[in-house]
Each structure stands twice: as C-alpha cells, then as structure tokens.
Design a protein around this ligand. Structure first.
Ligand code: DGJ
Length: 734
C-alpha cells in the first residue's frame, strides 16, 4: 500500500528522556513529533512543532495539566469523542482498550530516515496495533500509519481504521484545502475552523481528486500566509475513497483524522492477518505555507514520484489536436512538428485500438485499429525514431465497454451488484473492471506488458481512468467481503502498477483520470506525473496549477500549450501567455501544429529551447508563490529558485485588464541569495522593445526587497494589441 525504503536492521538507537512518563521524539532537521509514553497506557501525542532545544521535558511541563491527547484514539471507554479505529470483536464487543505492549523500536535506513514503531495491544482481546512514524530528516516530513493485527482464532471486523490522528491547539486555526470538479481542479479554499466537525471526503471509487483533495494545510496563527505563521501540512497517501475530519471544540483544541473512508467499507480481519493503513505525511513550518509546500515537493520528488528527481520531457499530445481522428500520416506529421519545434516526445492519445471512433466502444479490446494504423505501433515507433523523438501511448486499462469483446467474454469481470442491471458511464457504455479480481489484474498486467515488450521503444504511457464506481458490487468477492471491494480495487491497482513497473522500470507513466482525478501521493508512487486538468485554458490553469502546487511539485504537473479558442472555455488567450503559463509546469503541447502559423510555431520553438535551459529549476527547484490568483489582485506571480540559488525563473501574469484597478507591477522576489548578484534576461519576449533592465545585474537583496517593475504592455503579439500580458525573467547568478 505504501513504499517504505529498505530499512537496515542494524540500528536500534532509541532516544527517550529518562523521566516518567517518558517522552519519545520523532525528529527531522527542523521539526519534531513528541509522544508521551506512560507505563501501561496508550501514548499521547504531546507536541508537533520545531525541534525542541534543550530538555524535552519542557514540553511536558508546559502542557495543560490533565490534558489527554491520544496519539491514536480508539472507540472504547468514553466513546463520546471521535476515534480513528473501531473494531467489532468475535463476541460482539465493539470497544477497544489499548495499552502499550512493549518497548518502541527505532531503525534507520541508508538514507538516514528513521522508522519508529510503538506496539500496542488490547488489554483483553487478541488484537494488536502498531503505531509507525517514519521520519525523513532532510525533507522535514514524518509519515505515520498503523498496522492492525488479529492474533486470535476468529475473524474481527474493522469498522473504521483511519491512518492517523493529529491533535493541535489554536484559537485562530485555518484550514486550507482544495476543491473543484472536472475542468475546475485545484481550487483553493481557506476557512477558519469553528467548533464542530469539518469533513473532506471522496467516494468516487476510482479517481479521488476532482471534487476534493486528501491533502490539507492547517495554519495555526490566523489567516494563512505564504511566508509567516505556524503551518502544518498533511497528505493522506491513498488513491481510493478517503475521509479527512477536523474536529474542533470550544477551547481551540482540534484533532485532524485522516484515513480510508469507512462508509460501506468494513474489513473482515482474519486470524493472523495484519491490515496496514495508508500513511499520512505530516510536515511543519513556522514560516508559512510556502515552506510546507517546498517540504512536500522535496519529499514527493525524492520518495514518491517515479523518477521524481529527473526532469520530464517536453511532449506533444495528440488529444486536443485530432481527438479520435488518429491515422498514421497524422501521427507522423505531429511527430515531425514536435521534433521541428525542439520537443522530445510524441504521445498518441485515445482512438488507436479496436474500433474506437468515439468514446462509446472498444476499451478492453486492445488490438491496434489497422484501418487507422496499418503498420501498427511499430510503424509509429519507426516514424518517431526517424524524427528523433520518443513515442508515448494512451491506455485506459481499468475499463471496458458493454459492447466490447472483453465484456462479452468476461461479463463477470466488471463491477456490478448482484441482481442489478449494469450501470454504464462515459459514452453510455463504459464499465469499470473489478480490480479486486486477480484475473482482472493479470489481464491488465499482461495487456500493458505485451504492449511494452512488443514495442520496446514506447517511452511513455498515459494511463487514463474515465469512470467512477457506478454501483457497489464485486462479482469476484464473496458475500461477506462485498464491503472490501473499494479497498481491494486499490490494492489490486497498486499491485498491477508495481508488477508493470518491475518489468518496465524506465517507462514514464502519466496518471490521468478525466483530467486531474489522480493527483494524490497514494497513487503517484508508480507514476511520473499527473494530468492537471482537461481544461487547458491558460487563464484557468493559473488557478489549477497554483492550487495543486500547495502539495505537488512542478515536475509532476503536465502543463500544455493548446489552441484558441480554448476547447473547454472558448477563451482566446494570446500564444505568449499560453506558453508562459505552460512553462510554469512540465511543458508540453496539446494542439494540432498544422493549424498554427509559421510565426506561432517559431515562437513555440523558441519557448521550448528557452525552457530546456531552465526546466531543471522549474521541475526540481524550490517554488515561491508570490501573488495568488485566488486573491483577485489582477496579477499572478510565482518563481522557482534552484537549490544552489544560482538560477531562478520569475513569472508575472496580468489576469485582469481593468484600468480602474491599480496593477501590481512590482513584486518583491523570494528565495534568492541576498548576497549574490543576478543577471536578468527576459524569456519569450516578443514586444521587440527590451525591458529597461534586460541584461543588467541586481543583487539578490535588491530583488527581494524591491522586485523589478513589470511593463504591462498591450503590444505583445507581433504588433497586434492584446488584452493579456505576461513576463518571464531568467535570473542567473554572476
Ligand atoms: C480524458 C483525458 O483527461 C483526456 O486528456 C483524454 O486522454 C481523454 N480522456 C481521451 O479519451
């Protein structure tokens, strides 16, 4: 369910203060979780904050007397409070009474990450729970999860089994979360926590990040700020249904609960079986949300994204260019076009298999449509090789259509409730395969493996998923296991991805799910990136990519230049603005280049060349969000700085052409080395009149204190007047 780095068993270093009760710290370079361990009681979580200097007992002495903040509250004595774990014992007893069942242990892996485990057990029943804390010192992230084991002889029912509970205190705490829908992903919501319970949840079954996100920030010092205040970041690493709850009382005490959604999902835990929950990643900063994001980005790239520490290629995807109208000459022409513009990869999207001329057929029938591609995939990889670009392909392996041969041969492979008619989705015929079924898992692994083995030049797979679970029912699982369908689906998917990854470790895989339905660290372990949204309107993308950047690094965000009028919003945004926005993420194109003028192609060629010169800074550097699209200030601004602070890319976008509103033309920069000097070069400049500071050198201190004046020109499109305006500045240390 989660990836734990191989741990070396050599070290059982374990630091605890000697006093009773004892304190157990889990420590990163800048943050610390401290548990309080009483001799026979379950631990309390006493502290999450900066590393405590001096005697740890300061934390204990300063804590409110008699306060009980269980590290993992269970449904048991005093059941009026919220709990993370609820179990029904074989005799019907619905309570747990956990006590410590041994000494905590701590092991360090070869990256210097420390896993601390604390064994607990029920006082009477043979059920044990292990609390796990995996600290990543350099990234300032601590992952936590639990393992629940049935040591008895009869099954136990897990009714609720959340991953973690984090207690925190603040009388002015704010929750930052993401919400949205298809084509409107990554919207930011900030709200003050008031007494009661705030619930964030997703029950789509297949995708889980359109309407809500399993990641949040908690600002403890009032309204969220990018640069100040204590902020906790929390991300649940799970690709399926989830629920996050923040419980707030009338005295500024809060608890964040996060875990798999318990609705209709009870789990029968067999004798000897252990259920491991997904992890929750926690990070802390006392300098605002920006630092929390940068921690998540570093940790995500290092430990959760496939190939996360390498830059991703510049690609052309065929979808918005030709949709289902794929054929060999068109694909070859697109390959030639992206090669001519300096791109590195061409991705053939939906429509290449079965008889797939629209979205109503052929999923599951993964043979090449030779009407469209007479020389098969090999013909295309040959064409790509000739043109010096790599080749990628779209698949949607978790799905079928009711008119597909696959469904006719295996009607029992789809998700369907007993004695109910099938419920069909996209195209009026789409069905979800039952990934709880090992035969379905084998079919998918075999299909993808065959495709990649027969076509070893496929370098990239766009893995799509365009339907939710539309009816609860597994035709594979027994009657008493129906409630496990959703969890077993996602375990099945993880296993499928791991098997494919093991055989094809170098292939890049994009998580796409009707746009941005799979932006979650629980699924991204096996993916290189995700598709942010089917809405490619540059103006809208400023918002979506901004929101997602709270938790995900730019290397993971597919960000494409598309045609105007935009196919979703019908907005007409100038090409420069479209390029500039796409260059804030993993740059690509989603357009028919043959519909572009030579001038436009030349412009994109220049943009691609420039991007190659600094994409490592964008994709692998540190992000500083400067002016938010959600503050409606008429301007959006952000910048990336290389880890060595020797190179930076600054972006400025005018989003409101309103002469009655004062424009933010000067944005103080961040993240630079104040003592260094940086030369300024404008990127994608097309107003033919250099900015006054072009080629000039400024100190980091000056740029941080003052910024540079932006020229909000209307003359940006080859002498034409336009209403949008954007600037990119490259800053290079001298
Ligand atoms: C939904 C994706 O989000 C699109 O990019 C495209 O791949 C279509 N599916 C293809 O059917």
């Amino acid at each position: 369910m989660k990836k734990i780095p191989a741990l070396l068993a050599f070290s059982v270093t374990f630091l605890m203060s000697g006093a009773t009760p004892r304190l157990l710290p889990m420590t990163t370079f800048n943050s610390q979780i401290i548990l309080k361990l009483d001799s026979a009681a379950a631990p309390s979580l006493l502290y999450f904050g900066p590393v405590v200097k001096g005697d740890l007992n300061q934390v204990l002495d300063a804590a409110p007397e008699g306060e009980n903040t269980p590290a993992y509250p269970v449904y048991g004595n005093y059941p009026e409070g919220e709990s993370a774990l609820s179990v029904t014992m074989p005799d019907g007893n619905m309570t747990l009474d956990l006590i410590r069942a041994g000494e905590p242990e701590s092991v360090v892996d070869n990256n210097g990450n420390t896993l601390t485990t604390i064994p607990l057990a029920d006082r009477h029943y043979p059920v044990s729970v292990t609390l796990n804390y995996l600290a990543f010192p350099k990234e300032d992230v601590i992952e936590t999860w639990v393992d629940i084991t049935n040591n008895g002889k009869k099954p136990v029912i897990l009714d609720r089994f959340e991953s973690a509970c984090l207690p925190f205190r603040s009388t002015d705490a704010w929750l930052t979360s993401l919400y949205g829908t298809w084509a409107n992903e990554g919207r930011v919501n900030n709200e003050k926590l008031t007494p009661g319970m705030k619930v964030i949840q997703n029950k789509d079954g297949v995708r889980n990040s359109h309407t809500s996100h399993a990641e949040v920030m908690l600002s403890l010092d009032g309204k969220p700020s990018e640069t100040s205040g204590r902020v906790i970041g929390a991300a649940l690493l799970y690709g399926g249904n989830y629920r996050l709850r923040v419980v707030t009382d009338d005295h500024g005490r809060h608890q964040l609960f996060a875990g798999i959604h318990p609705d209709e999902s009870s789990w029968k835990l067999m004798p000897g079986e252990t259920f491991s929950t997904p992890a929750v990643a926690l990070t802390y900063s006392n300098t605002g949300m920006g630092a929390v994001s940068r921690n998540f980005h570093r940790w995500g790239r290092q430990y959760h994204l496939a190939h996360g520490t390498e830059v991703n290629p510049i690609l052309l995807n065929s979808w918005e260019g030709v949709y289902f109208n794929i054929d060999e000459p068109k694909m070859a022409a697109m390959m030639q076009d992206i090669a001519d513009m300096g791109g590195e990869l061409f991705v053939m999207d939906d429509g290449w298999f079965g008889q797939r001329d629209d979205d109503s057929s052929s999923l599951g029938d993964w043979e090449v449509d030779t009407r469209k591609l007479p020389h098969g995939i090999k013909g295309l990889t040959d064409e790509a090789r000739k043109r010096g670009v790599k080749f990628g392909i779209w698949v949607e392996p978790e799905m079928t259509n009711s008119n597909a041969r696959l469904y006719k041969e295996h009607p029992d492979w789809v998700i369907k409730a007993a004695n109910r008619d099938i419920v069909e989705g996209r195209g009026g015929t789409q069905l979800v395969l039952d990934l709880a079924n090992p035969k379905v898992q084998d079919f998918i692994v075999n299909m993808v493996d065959t495709l990649l083995t027969n076509n070893p030049e496929i370098a990239y797979v766009k893995w799509d998923a365009n339907a939710p679970v539309m009816q609860h029912g597994s035709q594979y699982l027994s009657a008493d296991r129906q409630s496990e369908m959703s969890i077993r689906y996602h375990r099945g998917l993880t296993s499928v991805m791991e098997r494919i990854r093991a055989k094809h470790p170098d292939v890049a895989i994009q998580a796409c799910a009707s746009g941005g339905g799979r932006a979650n660290y629980g699924i991204l372990d096996n993916f290189d990136e995700f598709w942010v949204s089917d809405n490619t309107d540059a103006f809208q993308r400023l918002g979506a990519q901004w929101g997602l950047s709270y938790f995900f690094p730019a290397v993971a965000m597919g960000s494409h230049i598309s045609a105007v009028p935009n196919h979703t919003t019908f907005r007409v945004v100038p090409l420069k603005f479209r390029c500039d926005v796409a260059m804030t993420g993993r740059l690509g194109m989603e357009i028919q280049p043959r519909d572009m003028t030579q001038q436009e192609r030349d412009f994109c060629k220049g943009a691609i060349e420039a991007y190659k010169g600094f994409r490592d800074v964008v994709q692998l550097g540190d992000l500083y969000r400067l002016v938010s699209p959600f503050d409606n200030r008429g301007v959006v601004s952000l910048m990336y700085v290389s880890p060595a602070k020797d190179k930076s890319v600054f972006y400025w976008f005018r989003t409101n052409n309103d002469y009655s509103a004062p424009l933010v033309t000067r944005v103080p920069m961040e993240g630079l080395d104040p003592d260094a000097s940086y030369k300024v070069t404008e990127i994608n400049a097309i107003d033919l009149k250099p900015l006054p500071y072009e080629g000039k050198v400024f100190t980091g201190r000056f740029l941080i204190d003052n910024g540079l004046e932006m020229r909000p020109s209307h003359d940006l499109e080859w002498g034409e007047k336009v209403d949008y305006c954007s600037r990119i500045l490259l800053l290079e240390k001298q």
